[in-house]
Design a binder for this molecule. Structure first.
Ligand SMILES: Cc1cc2nc3c(=O)[nH]c(=O)nc-3n(C[C@H](O)[C@H](O)[C@H](O)COP(=O)(O)OP(=O)(O)OC[C@H]3O[C@@H](n4cnc5c(N)ncnc54)[C@H](O)[C@@H]3O)c2cc1C
Ligand code: FES
Length: 492
């Protein structure tokens, strides 16, 4: 199902690249981050081009909940204790500035994108201590924060932490307007990059500077982003006839929910999990159960899901891609806070390219490595990848084709091979090779999305093996699928 944003907005399409070109800056990826970076560079006198594999906004940006806030779950108290007040303040300032920039741009061009100032709340039904500590930490950094027990949630809370003067909007209406101001080639997937040369199937782009805004960077070495990021997925329902909620809410307890209004609709989010770890499914059902309790008279009008990149110290990677590539830049690891992080990326990267420095560069520098903040998690990421790889190589599936029900998927042994299979509602089977085309981990079935998801770094594939989400760049092995598909059809 598509999001309410995609349902009412079509961004006008652009030409493919045709032939070789030379530019000062090339940005790969036309999501919110890539388009804003291009817009900021253009304002500084550059002539950037954006290369987009599919369509503008067709990645995670079309499925966000679009809260524009510097309230990024519980973060400021942790940042102050782990990296110190100076860098914590850089983080707060960059995100607060991002909110102001949205207001300025929307005003300047009179963009009709349902931009509204709202307060943001973190709530808990069980405790208040961490919320009070967070409010104190955020206030210390200059954010208009406080603690309250008053909310418009449909259940009582122990307490809530409020950030005032935050905002929300319609992400695709904004992206539509701003993307018209920059030069973008669609259906132009970048295949490889060698120094200043970007190779696509439609031509080579030679650029003085290259910016990766592809959500998850797809060049593994240098950069090694696959060692320091995984992806998490969450689910959203849009409801009509639900009570209008005043503000944007996020629960900090286990299974905490997200709430915001958009016009007459209420968006309810939750069901978070690491990509590749949703074998049992039931995430939409979990949300629908909450709707029955809290908004029994409402009607579901849309459901969708999205995923985002999570870094090892909970701070995005924005800046130089790697020490050996001084003219490559990256904006990734947005932790499900990509509205402000995309704007912060545009501010930082346009400053780094135009004058070699940014007032916010230290805290977001991809080259940082704070062992105290990240060693344990780095170890966890490594363990997860080893698990994903060894499962593919050593694990022998117990199931056989006849045990898979219609409309279900699973890993089976078939013709002495381990394969993934999905049976549609008529019993037709779709086989896939379980080897992720990124770095080879075993894919896992996600019954909520009917997709094959990778637990290592979060790539996803549909039932036919076509790629849906990166960092993988290629669909699953085609010959394998056909061989088994033919065999199975004969058998049926
Ligand atoms: C459920 C959910 C709710 C969220 N809600 C919020 C919220 O309320 N507030 C908030 O701040 N954030 C939120 N986020 C996070 C936010 O949606 C994302 O961080 C943001 O949309 C990411 O934007 P992006 O431009 O980095 O990536 P994308 O929008 O994914 O754009 C990347 C683009 O790169 C292109 N691309 C990839 N590879 C190539 C290639 N090789 N060549 C050319 N192009 C390529 C893709 O096609 C895509 O268009 C949420 C995330 C989730 C999962
Ligand atoms: S996403 Fe990296 S191995 Fe699958």
């Amino acid at each position: 199902m598509i999001s309410i944003w995609s349902n009412d907005t079509t961004i006008s399409s652009r030409e493919q690249l045709h032939g070789d070109i030379k530019v000062d800056v090339a940005i790969v990826g036309a999501g919110l981050a890539g388009v804003l970076i291009a817009y900021f560079l253009q304002k500084k006198g550059y002539n950037p081009v954006v290369l987009e594999a599919s369509h503008i906004g067709s990645g995670q940006t079309k499925n966000t909940t679009a809260k524009i806030t510097s309230q990024h779950n519980l973060i400021y108290d942790k940042l102050i204790s782990k990296i110190g007040i100076e860098k914590a303040k850089q983080y707060a300032d960059a995100n607060q500035k991002a909110i102001i920039e949205y207001g300025k741009i929307i005003n300047e061009f009179n963009i009709n994108c349902q931009f509204e100032n709202k307060s943001a709340y973190l709530y808990s039904t069980t405790e208040t201590e961490s919320l009070k500590k967070e409010a104190e930490a955020a206030s210390k950094l200059g954010i208009p924060a406080g603690f309250t027990v008053q909310t418009s949630l449909p259940f009582p809370v122990a307490g809530a932490m409020i950030f005032r003067d935050q905002a929300q909007f319609h992400p695709l209406k904004f992206l539509d307007a701003i993307s018209q101001k920059v030069n973008i080639f669609e259906n132009t997937a970048v295949k490889t990059i060698d120094k200043n040369n970007i190779k696509t199937d439609n031509g080579i782009v030679t650029a003085d500077y290259i910016v990766f805004a592809t959500h998850y960077p797809f060049i593994n070495i240098p950069g090694y982003y696959f060692l320091r990021m995984h992806q998490e997925r969450s689910y959203v329902l849009a409801l009509k006839n639900a009570v209008n909620i005043d503000g944007m809410y996020l629960g900090i307890d286990d299974n905490g929910l997200s709430f915001r209004n958009s016009g007459n609709y209420l968006l309810l989010g939750g069901g978070n999990h690491r990509v590749g770890e949703n074998n049992a499914g039931g995430k939409y059902e979990f949300l629908r159960q909450k709707v029955k309790n809290y908004y029994p008279n409402s009607k579901e009008i849309a459901y969708w899901s999205a995923q985002d990149c999570m870094t090892i110290d909970n701070v995005p990677y924005i800046g130089q891609y790697s020490s050996g590539t001084p003219n490559w830049f990256v904006a990734t690891g947005f932790q499900k806070w990509g509205m402000t992080s995309s704007m912060a990326s545009a501010i930082i990267i346009s400053d780094l390219i135009s004058c070699g420095k940014s007032e916010f560069e230290d805290v977001f520098a991809p080259s940082r490595f704070n062992p105290a903040a990240s060693l344990n998690i780095l170890f966890e990421e490594g363990k997860q990848a080893v698990k994903g790889l060894s499962k593919r190589i050593f694990y022998i599936p117990k199931e056989h084709l006849q045990n898979i029900d219609n409309s279900h998927g699973g890993v089976i042994e078939y013709n002495n091979q381990k394969v993934g299979v999905y049976k549609d509602d008529k019993g037709k089977a779709y086989f896939i090779d379980l080897k992720c085309t990124h770095l080879g981990c075993q894919l896992e079935w996600n019954p909520d999305e009917k997709s094959w998801d990778c637990p290592c770094h979060g790539s996803r594939f549909d039932i036919r093996g076509n790629i849906i989400d990166n960092p993988a760049q290629a669909s699953l092995n085609n010959k394998f699928r056909m061989k088994n598909q033919d065999a199975q059809e004969k058998e049926l």
